[in-house]
Design a protein around this ligand. Structure first.
Ligand SMILES: [Zn+2]
Length: 312
């Protein structure tokens, strides 16, 4: 697909952009051109693959994760295993990935979630290390909130700039934080953990227009050997389909594909950050306290996976 020859009239172009512009001559939209001259079909139901962008179009074998799931269901164990480990290998090669893809990464691409790999392969991380990935995390059995930190002398610090502070059971103190919106009054208890709370709109804004500023914040946290958790008070499912949500502005130009591509790149690049999507503000409050009182276990586990598995 890297030749830029028009399939309609055989005219050759130097770049893809020119070819795409030229399609107007034939009264074809880019979508129509690819679907007509390079038809690709969903492996599950044989419907034409939806065109979002060229890369996505040629990379995708399914129109939805549901179709992928249903297709896998009909396959033998061996076929399942081959297909799923291929998803990982292909991504590793294409993107030069170092670390085993996290739950947020897997759930935002056309792949089953980690739980599926666990079920089919016994151990996701073992499979990944076999494929040449480095593991950042372990699968936790249980996360215990240590009793000691229940003492009310330990407070939650809330940044002065936090616009919509979460509510907590324990005492709080409003202070100026270098980054993030929440921290614990004992830094050693949390291994320097900072949590940045975001509504879904904030999250989209940060990963689009506010990206540079955000990357600088991540770097500052790294320089201080701090851990930064980006806690989004909405589900990952919603975040991936924000275009259809009534409470998200229709003026936003960025697509979920664009936003999550950046998220995945950041996750691979920075070991000290994690993204976590939870259902609503009440859950966010609970999770903040949970992370601060878990004796740094959050560093060793995939938080989204733990949340999805209801052990966080
Ligand atoms: Zn042409």
């Amino acid at each position: 697909m890297n030749d830029y020859i028009c399939k309609v009239c055989d005219k050759e172009f130097e770049a893809e952009k020119q070819l795409h512009g030229h399609l107007r001559v034939h009264d074809l939209r880019v979508v129509e051109y690819y679907q007509k001259y390079y038809p690709r079909y969903d492996l599950y139901n044989n419907k034409i693959i939806k065109f979002k962008n060229k890369k996505q179009y040629f990379d995708t074998d399914f129109n939805s994760r549901t179709n992928l799931r249903l297709w896998l269901k009909e396959k033998s164990t061996e076929e399942k295993k081959e297909f799923c480990s291929n998803i990982l290998t292909k991504r590793k090669e294409e993107k030069d990935l170092i670390y085993s893809p996290s739950q947020v990464e897997l759930r935002s691409i056309m792949s089953p979630p980690i739980q599926y790999y666990e079920k089919e392969f016994g151990s996701y991380y073992k499979l990944c290390s076999g494929l040449g990935f480095k593991n950042k995390y372990i699968i936790p059995n249980d996360i215990v909130s240590a009793h000691e930190w229940k003492n009310p002398i330990y407070k939650i610090f809330i940044d002065t700039r936090e616009q919509k502070p979460l509510k907590f059971q324990r005492p709080i103190e409003v202070v100026t934080l270098k980054y993030g919106d929440y921290a614990f009054s004992s830094k050693s208890a949390t291994c320097n953990c900072y949590i940045e709370r975001k509504s879904l709109s904030d999250f989209i804004g940060t990963l689009s227009g506010g990206y540079e500023r955000f990357v600088n914040e991540i770097k500052r946290a790294k320089d201080d050997e701090s851990n930064l958790i980006i806690l989004v008070e909405d589900t990952l499912e919603n975040a991936m389909s924000f275009k259809y949500l009534p409470y998200i502005s229709k003026k936003i130009k960025a697509t979920p594909e664009f936003i999550f591509n950046r998220v995945r790149n950041l996750i691979q690049k920075h070991e000290h950050i994690q993204f976590l999507f939870v259902k609503g503000r009440r859950e966010s409050s609970r999770i903040v306290e949970r992370i601060f009182t878990c004796e740094c276990v959050y560093k060793k586990i995939d938080l989204q996976l733990a949340y999805d598995n209801k052990i966080l």
